[in-house]
Ligand binder design. Sequence first.
Ligand code: FAD
Length: 406
Amino acid sequence: MDLGLSADQLALQERAQAFARKVVRPRAADIDASERYPWDIVKALTQERFVGMTIPTTYGGQGLSFLDAVLVIEEMAKCCTVTARIVVETNMGAISTVMAYGTDEQKHLAASLVLAGDKPAICITEPDAGSDTTAMTTRAERRGDRYLINGRKHWITGAGVSRLHLIFARVFDEKGIELGIGGFLAMPDEAKGLRVARRETTMGLRGMPEGELVFENLEVPAAMAVLPPSGLRHGFADLMNAYNSQRVGAGTVAMGIAAGALDLAVDWVKEREQFGRPIGEFQGLQWMLADMQTQLTASRLVLYQAARSRGEGSEFPDPMLAAQAKIFASEAAIRIVNDSLQMFGARGYSRDLPLERMARDVRMFTIGGGTAQVLRTLVASRLLGWKLPQTRDGYMADDARRHAAE
Ligand code: FAD
């Protein structure tokens, strides 16, 4: 099928596929079972230049597009979800936020770390501020040429292994006046006051540490504040907008897991015989396979479209397309992996095959990076052309909108 990929993109995809099959696939089961971050894979990805691909050439990267990154992520995800997430977060997410809004100094710093294999951590979620991100209580208080950060974040991907941290906090000036929510770059090895309080126990994605971080008078130079041109008052929305690239990446990981599971199922139904015939001859399974393939094709198309929307008036993917792509691909992937597992019967439920690992891994993608429900609110809000405040008094403030919402 012609998906409009260039010769360079097809070559990149082929290179990623060969690497994933040879280097990544043999390690996937152990990465899950050992629950250890795969430094050997990080080294190999770095040598192959699959990290920092989207970083502009001025900062040492290859200046590749998000679609290029998507092609690589899908191939990794077919074999190992943790590896695919490393590729996402060394090409999208925090790194794209810094590349969009950072100072020259910040861009050089972030690029040099990522190109050496660091997977930056993005620190937004708090125990009492999940979907409601603006309820965060972490504070950054100005003290001369530095900020002092105090607070707590949880479910931070890469806790304990990432060097660069992009920390979101409420910003206060010297007089204690609140200015808005801003982002700050910190490295725990260079600044005291950032510690991992605990590692979360996760259902899947076990080789990637998720952790709770505590900031106790963490000192960050004022020069490490990441400020969008719109300033602090509106800057949080811009910083979060940059996160749209990460959503395309996360949706692609889900789609790649589904593609890997479907490949396994297709081979299996031709091989496994019951009632004297390959089980693939039963129409009950054929129709399941057709639905799985249809959902996969649709997922790939919306993800490619979202990735390609970067550059059309913005340096990020379109928020509406990114949200739709993540909702659709993540929900479809859960169904596809579940149906693939079903086709293996008891063997699908065994830890000897990768299906149960894929089923655990894929479950995350309707949750992290904005839940499927919250992303639907974003889509509905754009569709209606309304702000859709989720707090009770948000509706109370505007009669017309409250009635419209009822
Ligand atoms: P809640 O906000 O408490 O939501 C609970 C339920 O209510 C969900 O089903 C949600 O959809 C629903 N809900 C909430 N509000 C609404 C609404 N207005 N309308 C309809 N339904 C609603 N965060 C980071 O900052 N950095 C990371 O690196 C990071 N990595 C993560 C990795 C993993 C594996 C996971 C699972 C999470 C990660 N997160 C990270 C956190 C993630 O972004 C949050 O879990 C997510 O935003 C949801 O917040 P919550 O878990 O507090 O759920």
